[in-house]
Design a protein around this ligand. Sequence first.
Ligand code: GLA
Length: 404
Amino acid sequence: MKIAIYGLWIFNLLLVSLAVQAQKFENLAPTPPMGWNSWNYFKCDFNEELIKKVADAMSSNGMKAVGYEYIVIDDCWQVGRDKNGNIIPDPDKFPSGMKALADYIHSKGLKFGLYSDAGTKTCKGLPGSRGYEFQDARTYASWGVDFLKYDWCHHSTQDAKASYTLMRDALYKAGRPILFSICEWGENDPWLWAPEVGHMWRTGHDIKDCFNCDLNTSSQGVMQILDQQAVLRKYAGPNAWNDPDMLEVGNPGLTIAESRAHFSLWCMLSAPLIAGNDIIDMSPEIKKILIDKEVIAIDQDLLGIQAIKWLDYGDLEIWFKPLQNEEYAVCFLNRNEKEKTLNFDFNQWGKVFDPDKGWKKYTFDATYHIYDVWKKQHLGTSKTPLKATIPGHDVLLIKMSVKK
Ligand code: GLA
């Protein structure tokens, strides 16, 4: 009898400890995370001075004020492990150490992110976390890390869901709330398991600063990434976001119009807004794109509904995103290099079907005021056709509201 009671007790203890481990930190990403990451522009070329300048820039150039908060150091910060297995940051790049850098970033009212890999090595061949998950998570927590991007190079025969779940549990056990960003390039249908494991997951391979480019390599153009997103919308929502990859806004391969279109579409997709350009030295036009409050509000809308690809005319696509308070964002995307004349009659279309929510129907029975979100202009109402010219590789982004 006694043995049976003890047995039951141990079994319960086991269940409780499993239940404690089996969760991610909740509510760290009720809206899509916003921040900056070193990879897209700087690759491995950074050090603590640069990262501090990025923090200075973000806190003073208007980005922090509109919601950017994470400063994430991607691949190339780590060089090896000490004899106890502790991960060693590159002493040349970070002579003051990671804790000091985290403190600096926190002192600016911002948050600190790092990168590691579920395999034995990172994509740049530096030490990964395989076999060191709990130890690394404790180290990150002791440094004051708030965000972990976890990559998928050198994973050999590892199972993706199990590998990411292991790190989730390690982070949870370490006790510091750390936003978990899963980066396995959409290879193992992460949308099916990642909502329980992390706060965001990459849906595909790496973005490149190229608008409409079928690169046929492990990186892809902005339009090619966009094309993969429509079918994934039903998996996204508060605390669990599809991540079509970091922003290329402001990087050399995109024109201003292309940067604007890219940013608008990522907002329509409720994508994490992780700037990937040199925010220390950016043009006023690019800064204007990155800090437009009203465009960002579309991304950060509390409903967290990823846009529906409503109409597709080849070169002209129309994306539709329901927002709070019976408002809608509509993005008219001109994929062609030449400008397009738009003459769009809401009365003719009258409704948008949401294929993923039991064919919910959004109708335009009421009179909606149309507002050009980039140009800050009212464009009449939904009762008269919307006429506009959309330059090549650009968008017309509107908000529809019953109240003006
Ligand atoms: C992979 C990721 C990128 C970046 C690099 C770093 O390619 O998908 O986002 O982190 O690794 O090496």
